[in-house]
Write a new protein. Structure first.
Length: 95
């Protein structure tokens, strides 16, 4: 799959997943939304990793950095929308 196609699919997937909210604001619904961070940003880091070239350590560092920056940007968008934005979520994204 071409690099541009991977990036477009990643952006679409993150946009769709980022727009989904559960109806009830319960502790359970918040934990379910938080649990989505690991698979979503894990996939994002793998897509970024597959698009990078060069030294292995540098690729991993750039993919991780890109994933954390993406997570921070999405948290910023959540704050603008009036949704719950947490700095802890950015740490979850990079974990």
């Amino acid at each position: 799959m071409a690099t541009q196609t991977k990036i477009v699919l990643l952006v679409i997937a993150l946009a769709v997943l980022g727009s989904v909210t559960l109806r009830d604001e319960t502790r359970l619904s918040q934990e379910i939304e938080n649990a989505a961070h690991a698979p979503v940003f894990g996939i994002a880091s793998l897509v970024l990793l597959s698009t990078l070239k060069g030294d292995r350590k540098k690729r991993y560092l750039l993919a991780w950095t890109g994933t954390v920056v993406l997570g921070a940007a999405l948290e910023g968008l959540q704050a603008v929308e009036g949704r719950d934005a947490e700095a802890l979520d950015v740490l979850r994204d990079g974990a």
